[in-house]
Design a protein around this ligand. Structure first.
Ligand code: ZN
Length: 433
């Protein structure tokens, strides 16, 4: 199947932009038009790589705006969310139903790949690992049906270290057994990651690292939001990144979300070790965790992606909206960011954190994951810089068309292969909301 996106006002990819066409053949960006290509008229539109959401907790989308989780400190937020998870029962049917909501929402907002950090699990032991695998299979099935990509991060939040690691190994074997943890078709990736030093100890970090090293998986965790730092100081008398360093996690292949409260020395250490980061202002700002020093990290050479985090705190999975928020709040963190830097973070930056050089860029041979943003309406009138305007203008902007792996999955603002009402009623049936 070939597509030619013809006559874009601008084709933007990190470091390059200009008017022109984009050619797609066999699921990849091609140098020239394929035979019998479908012509998509994209005049008046900007074409960008599909957005890569580097940090989400998909199943929290079944628990948005829950009573007891707004206007409360994190020590009240955590048990309120945990009680709701228990009531619903964490299993493959929940992650499938919530995953469909979150992945569909993401696709409609231009997110073609999402990293799902699943932290909450049913009670399992060595004899019941299948119950854990079902949780991952539910998410993978939702992604495949909708036509989006997912990086499933087998997380832990205080789980038994050996069981969590065995479960991660089983999930990787089931979903993406090849070295590197990416399925042959590139749709499903598996990674590992404890929630953070506030919830998991050295044994869990070491056990997950062993699985990651054996299978070539990426490592993901969260660190240096204020609660994380506080707990690390009280419990260990050290800051989170010191602990992660001592536990062997400050390495190339590790991506750390949040990083709100980092010192200049810590930023230098992250850069030196080749650790990548994920900025998640749509979670950090409402939770009161502060604004991460993004410009300082970029200046130091830390590769950064962008994430929304989950429905318990954000509550939307709209990555472009959060890129806009990141621009707006960056003025409070030392320096106003550049819109193109944020677009880079939301595409190639997030993809690089996942070790996916095939994603997040428009170049010959890269995966044909694309967004077509129509900027011909009044909301974009009067702009001197339509590419920067993708963020500055039109809050809540959605793409007209979305392509994943050469397939059009959103056409004229609607899902091609799925029905929004059916996805919603299926979740309502499962959790009563
Ligand atoms: Zn998070």
């Amino acid at each position: 199947m070939s597509i030619t996106l013809r006559g874009a006002l601008s084709v933007w990819t990190s470091g390059r932009e200009g008017a022109g066409d984009v050619h797609v053949a066999d699921g990849r960006i091609a140098a020239g038009p394929g035979s019998g290509a479908e012509i998509l008229d994209v005049s008046g539109c900007i074409v960008t790589p599909g957005l890569v959401n580097a940090h989400h907790h998909l199943f929290q989308s079944a628990f948005r705006t829950l009573p007891g989780t707004r206007q409360v400190p994190m020590r009240e937020w955590l048990p309120a969310m945990a009680a709701a998870y228990r009531d619903a029962g964490i299993d493959g049917s929940l992650t499938y139903a919530a995953g469909r909501i979150a992945i569909a929402e993401g696709l409609l907002a231009g997110v073609t790949t999402v990293a799902d950090h699943q932290l909450n699990w049913p009670a399992i032991d060595a004899s019941s690992l299948d119950a854990g695998t079902e949780v991952a299979l539910g998410v993978a099935r939702a992604a495949r049906e909708l036509g989006g990509r997912v990086a499933f991060v087998r997380g832990s939040a205080g789980d038994d270290a050996a069981t969590a690691a065995a479960s991660a190994d089983r999930i990787a074997q089931e979903l993406a057994p090849a070295p590197g943890g990416v399925s042959d078709d590139g749709v499903v990736q598996v990674a590992v990651g404890p929630a953070g030093v506030h919830s998991d100890g050295e044994a869990t970090f070491r056990a997950f690292a062993e699985v990651a090293d054996a299978r070539g998986l990426r490592r993901r965790t969260q660190a240096n939001e204020q609660v994380d730092t506080e707990i690390a100081l009280v419990r260990f008398g050290r800051r989170p990144l010191e602990l992660l360093d001592a536990w062997g996690w400050l390495e190339r292949g590790t991506t750390i979300a949040h990083l709100c409260d980092v010192t200049p020395d810590e930023i230098a250490l992250l850069a030196e070790r080749g650790v990548t980061g994920t900025h998640a202002p749509g979670c950090d700002v409402p939770m009161g965790w502060g604004v991460a020093p993004v410009q300082a990290m970029l200046d130091a050479g830390v590769r950064l992606g962008l994430g929304t985090s989950g429905g318990g705190s954000n509550d939307a999975g709209h990555l472009l909206a959060d890129a806009r928020l990141a621009l707006q709040v960056s003025g409070l963190a030392g320096a106003q960011l550049d819109a193109r830097d944020l677009l880079t973070m939301a595409t190639a930056g997030s993809a690089d954190g996942l070790g996916r050089r095939d994603l997040g860029r428009i170049e010959h041979g890269a995966a044909a994951d694309l967004c077509v943003w129509d900027v011909s309406g009044v909301a974009d009138g009067g702009t001197a810089d339509p590419v920067a305007g993708l963020l500055w203008l039109s809050p809540g902007r959605r793409p007209r068309h979305v392509v994943v792996g050469g397939r059009i999955v959103v056409r004229d603002y609607a899902l091609v292969d799925a029905d929004e009402a059916e996805i919603r009623s299926a979740l309502r049936e499962r959790v009563g909301r």
